[in-house]
Design a protein around this ligand. Structure first.
Ligand code: DMJ
Length: 448
């Protein structure tokens, strides 16, 4: 009798687990296959260039000459996916060809998060010193951006002359360099990188308004705000992300205090629960008065940061809103007006943020709902963006019109977070790394 009962229980348990496996239509292996589809298209049509144009099947370089944006950005994703051959060919391409001794002016923010971040994580994952040598050379060529009277960076710098340009900068581009520059300091033993990047962050924070908000454009020479609209969207987003992540990566108490203080103001003045669910809109940095009700694909990084900061309740609520935004048209618009639930910018640039947040939330809660969301994201991508040669962004999510770009962050971030969401937890020990804003995992290998 007892044996019969045990058998029944066992059969029931098997049925349940069988049912669960049956309902899971996407696995980490399906994501890996899509990564290979994108990488192989890059290899075939754009090898050695920055990026692939997936519709015209042509290569594209940001500055007329290649900085190997896609291979550097994609390298650690291949390592995580166990794609040894692909990682080896990308490594060879990078180490034999990548040089920053070029007559070009670059945008410091993009080069920092994609290339400096990519080279540092490549060094940590692969161990080859040549990645670190490239990273240090790059760091030195970027350093002149901090030579403003406030110490906040200019937007552009020339790789050979060090000439800087554009003193009007935004909080995201000013405040998103401490993970990369700080790690460079820790790995080379030279404090200059950490000090300059940390000072930029502090200078920006010091210019917050009395109610603790920052605006969207500031003059790095005079320290005066030029645009006073505050929000968490593109242009400010990763400033908040780096306050928290730098606090964690470097045990930096000053960063933690700045993060906690900034978060209080963001939650008080930018969050908005008056339109069904939780959203974050726009407000004036001095008065806190609401000036807009738009939210978009870039804002979808915030559930991950909220979760990492310990506020799982808000994180989960905001992720629900993000999902509503995705589900409006079966794939995510660049921006909506959440008061009307109407699309105001119809593009989908293959962005990762909503997937990144699902991955963080799944890590912290183990709630299967986030895997289900991951399936929704995967299906949307495959159904609407997949092309013969890789993946194409959408010019319009309403009519599903594809456009001719596949940003390197699609391989660095979007597919990495999607893969990690479904992969066994030990694929990357989450608690041991801090992802930079381009999803390059940095490990704290230093003691001081
Ligand atoms: C990436 O380059 C980074 O995630 C950045 O923080 C924001 N924009 C893209 C992805 O959307």
């Amino acid at each position: 009798m007892i044996i019969r009962l045990l058998l029944l229980v066992l059969m029931y348990a098997l049925c349940i687990s069988g049912a669960q496996t049956q309902t899971r239509t996407v696995t980490h292996e399906s994501v890996k296959a899509e990564f290979l589809h994108a990488w192989n298209a890059y290899k075939q049509y754009a090898w050695g260039h920055d990026a692939l144009k997936p519709l015209s099947m042509k290569p594209h370089n940001w500055y007329g000459t290649s900085l190997l944006m896609t291979p550097v950005d994609a390298f650690d994703t291949m390592m995580l996916m166990g794609l040894k051959e692909e990682a080896a060919e990308a490594k060879k391409l990078i180490l034999e060809n990548l040089s920053f001794d070029k007559n070009i002016e670059v945008q410091s923010f993009e080069i920092t998060i994609r290339l400096l971040g990519g080279l540092l994580s490549a060094y940590q994952m692969d161990g080859d010193e040549r990645f670190l040598i490239l990273a240090e050379d790059l760091g030195n060529r970027l350093l002149p951006v901090f030579n403003s009277s406030t110490g906040m960076p200019y937007r552009f710098v020339h790789f050979q002359t060090g000439k800087i340009r554009d003193s009007l900068n935004n909080p995201a581009e000013i405040g998103t360099c401490l993970i990369e520059f700080g790690t460079l300091s820790k790995l080379t033993g030279k404090p200059v990188y950490y000090d300059k990047a940390k000072n930029a962050l502090v200078q920006l924070y010091n210019r917050r308004s009395e109610i603790g908000l920052v605006g969207s454009l500031i003059n790095v020479e005079t320290g005066e705000w030029v645009r006073t609209t505050s929000h968490i969207a593109g242009g400010i987003d990763s400033y908040y992300e780096y306050l928290l992540k730098a606090a964690l990566l470097f045990d930096d108490d000053e960063c933690r205090t700045m993060w906690e203080d900034a978060l209080r103001s963001v939650n008080e003045y930018l969050s908005d629960s008056t339109h069904g669910g939780l959203w974050y809109g726009q407000a004036d940095m001095y008065t806190g008065k609401r000036t807009g009700t738009t939210f978009g694909s870039l804002d979808a990084f915030f559930p991950a940061v909220l979760a990492m900061g310990g506020d799982l309740e808000r994180a989960a609520k905001l992720q629900e809103s993000c999902l509503k935004m995705w589900n409006l048209h079966g794939i995510e618009p660049e921006r909506i007006d959440y008061a009307k639930m109407a699309v105001t910018r119809p593009q989908y640039y293959l962005r990762p943020e909503i997937i990144e947040s699902a991955y963080y939330l799944h890590h912290y809660t183990r709630d299967e709902a986030y895997l289900k969301m991951g399936e929704t994201f995967f299906d949307g991508l495959v159904n609407h963006c997949r092309t013969e040669a890789g993946y194409a962004y959408l010019e319009d999510v309403v009519v599903k019109k594809q456009g001719d770009d596949m940003e390197s962050f699609f391989l660095a971030e979007t597919l990495k977070y999607l893969y990690l969401l479904f992969a066994p937890a030990d694929t990357l020990p989450f608690e041991d790394v801090i992802f930079n804003t381009e999803a390059h995992p940095i490990r704290k290998t230093w003691k001081y």
